[in-house]
Ligand binder design. Structure first.
Ligand code: ATP
Ligand code: MG
Length: 308
């Protein structure tokens, strides 16, 4: 049946982003714990119906690398509420805020998971994610790593009033120049930047300097890196990305396979980046995708939650 608001009991807020917030709720009838995303929209009834219809595609997106969708509904005249699988480890941005940089092997497992998820939504549903970033990669104490918040509803994407800050900080150079030419290669760039952030424990823009990198890498695991104010000179960051060479991962601190993969994703020209199909053949993805077990990830996620 269809969801409505009376079917849920609010537990607590999990976090807030640009377009709204996410709460932990209980579906009363089944006792299922869900994550409910509230999206504020200022639009007409017809558009609400259209968006809800488009979101139904999510019902067919069933994959171990994609957060499960339970249903969505309109709330009053101002919100769309989307109910999805609750991931108890939270998003990777929160993990690094609490825990600091991730070990290279875990980053490899994340890369493998994201590549699998991106491949599934593209191959099976012809969907491009459009918003790959650490806050849209979720993990659980079961050792799962899954993608969420991909752009299934064009109408929804258009209706959300996005603030400039945040939403654009993972944008590829070609998107900054021309917003329309969006392809899988733009997602691949965002993946590269996200993985780099996981490796340093902080957003790599404004461009990290060698001595800053050295300092970050000296911090033992479990030490949160200082947060960088990426929004301060935002225009400068965007200009930097368009004008300067692509960011590179420091080969002093990361292994050759890791650098090869991330640097390839971050090539400035979209057509120089690897294709989605070839991503899974990189040593970095293959090796850690196969050798890092769910048990290892589960242990790691639990450690990060306990602040160890
Ligand atoms: P933006 O709005 O720019 O996309 P965001 O991804 O951080 O940023 P939301 O998508 O609204 O914003 O999510 C807010 C927070 O809620 C996330 O950072 C994450 O920590 C948490 N969250 C989202 N979905 C889930 C989920 N399914 N399970 C557990 N926590 C979640
Ligand atoms: Mg999100």
């Amino acid at each position: 049946g269809e969801f409505n608001d009376s079917m849920f009991e609010l537990d607590r807020e999990l976090g807030a982003g640009n377009g709204g917030s996410v709460e932990r709720v209980v579906h009363k009838e089944t006792g299922t714990i869900m994550a409910r995303k509230l999206i504020h929209l200022d639009t007409n009834e017809e558009m609400f119906k259209k968006i809800l219809l488009e979101l139904n595609i999510l019902k067919d997106c069933n994959h171990k690398r994609v957060v499960a969708f339970y249903g969505s509904y309109q709330y009053q005249r101002s919100q769309i509420r989307i109910c999805m699988e609750y991931m108890d480890g939270g998003s990777l941005d929160k993990v690094i805020t609490r825990f600091g940089k991730l070990h290279e092997s875990i980053i490899g497992a994340v890369a493998a998971a994201v590549v699998e998820g991106m491949t599934y939504i593209k191959k099976e549903h012809d969907i491009i994610h459009r918003d790959i970033k650490p806050s849209n990669i979720l993990c659980s104490t079961q050792g799962d790593i899954k993608l969420c918040d991909f752009g299934v509803s064009g109408q929804l994407v258009n209706s959300i009033v996005q603030s400039f800050v945040g939403t654009r900080s993972y944008m590829s150079p070609e998107r900054i120049i021309a917003d329309h030419q969006y392809g899988v290669s733009s997602d691949i760039w965002s993946l590269g930047l996200s993985l780099m952030e996981l490796g340093y424990g902080t957003h790599p823009f404004p461009r990290l300097k060698p001595d800053e990198i050295e300092e970050l890498m000296r911090l033992p695991e479990g030490t949160p890196a200082p947060q960088r104010a990426v929004h301060v000179d935002f225009i400068d960051i965007l200009a930097d990305r368009v004008e300067n060479d692509a960011p590179k991962l420091s080969s002093e601190f990361f292994g050759p396979d890791c650098c090869e993969f991330i640097d390839a994703c971050l090539r400035k020209e979209p057509d120089q980046r690897p294709t989605l199909d070839s991503l899974s053949n990189f040593n970095f993805v293959k090796h850690y995708g196969e050798t890092i077990t769910v048990q290892t990830i589960a242990t790691y996620v639990k450690k990060s939650l306990n602040g160890e």
